[in-house]
Design a protein around this ligand. Structure first.
Ligand code: MG
Ligand code: MG
Length: 266
């Protein structure tokens, strides 16, 4: 069931998403070698709660009956971890990348956005992966026009990344978003132009390319949350929540502050 949102609901979604963006900007200020992902998680949870919201990820139920709910407020996925990394006490090292996925629940609506950060000096090869993944997110967003179809978004992401020889993860996809973090429809990062459900004004979706330097094959970690590339090559993940609004995509989250803090890295 797809719920199209009203003007008022889109503005509430924007508020929840701008809080995610502000949280990721707080993280941008402190990401450096020696910092642990648990420290990032503590900071994020405090910031979200101080702003009157709830971290949506904390306690999020697992996809398996006998697995524990997600124990933290952000997912921190380092290097070969694609998504859903659990924060821990391992210090980040110079040359690592860490994707930080964050969700908020504010005034009845959800925010969801992710950014992959460089830790210290990252190789040119890996910076190219980050650059291409971020570009593909915006290519996907540009394709999110009323009258277009879901496959147009996936095709735009896939074409851009595969042209550089990168892999597009198949098992995890973007999603509708609103009062629930995950609503219909699923928004794959692959597909064929002109196929799938038609996009309409009021549709709110999270577009989130998960792109690998090598093969797109993945495997679940023993903690049953973290997902690694099978070849252990790095993966990148960028995510925006958007509304299709007044005939065009309206990006409800923002990387502006993060990019101002980071400076031009790639
Ligand atoms: Mg997310
Ligand atoms: Mg998402």
């Amino acid at each position: 069931m797809i719920y199209l949102k009203t003007e008022e609901e889109i503005e509430l979604l924007r508020k929840a998403n701008l809080l995610v963006s502000a949280t990721l900007a707080e993280i941008a200020k402190v990401v450096r070698p020696g910092v642990t992902t648990r420290q990032l998680d503590t900071l994020a949870e405090q910031f979200i709660r101080d702003n009157g919201a709830i971290p949506t990820f904390k306690g999020f139920p697992a996809g398996f009956k006998d697995a524990d709910p997600f124990p933290a407020s952000i997912c921190t996925s380092v290097n070969n971890i694609v998504v859903h990394g659990i924060p821990d006490d391992t210090p980040l090292k110079d040359g690592d990348i860490v994707s930080v996925d964050c969700g908020t629940f504010l005034d009845g609506f959800c925010g969801d956005s992710c950014y992959t950060f460089c830790v210290g000096e990252v190789s040119e090869e890996v910076k190219m992966l980050l650059k291409t993944t971020k570009e593909s997110l915006y290519k996907g967003i540009e394709a999110a026009l009323p009258g277009h179809r879901l496959g147009d978004i996936g095709a735009a992401v896939q074409t851009h990344c595969e042209a550089q020889g990168y892999g597009v993860v198949r098992e995890f996809v973007g999603h509708g978003i609103g009062r629930e973090m995950h609503e219909d429809p699923a928004v794959p990062n692959y597909g064929n132009r002109g196929t799938g459900k038609q996009l309409k004004n009021g549709l709110c979706i999270a577009i989130e390319p998960m792109i690998t330097q090598g093969s797109y094959e993945i495997a679940l970690l023993p903690d049953r949350w973290g997902v690694t590339t099978r070849d252990y090559k790095p993966a990148a993940h960028f995510e925006h929540t958007i509304a299709i609004h007044h005939g065009k995509p309206d990006i409800l989250s923002t990387f502006e502050e993060i990019e101002a803090i980071e400076g031009k890295q790639y």
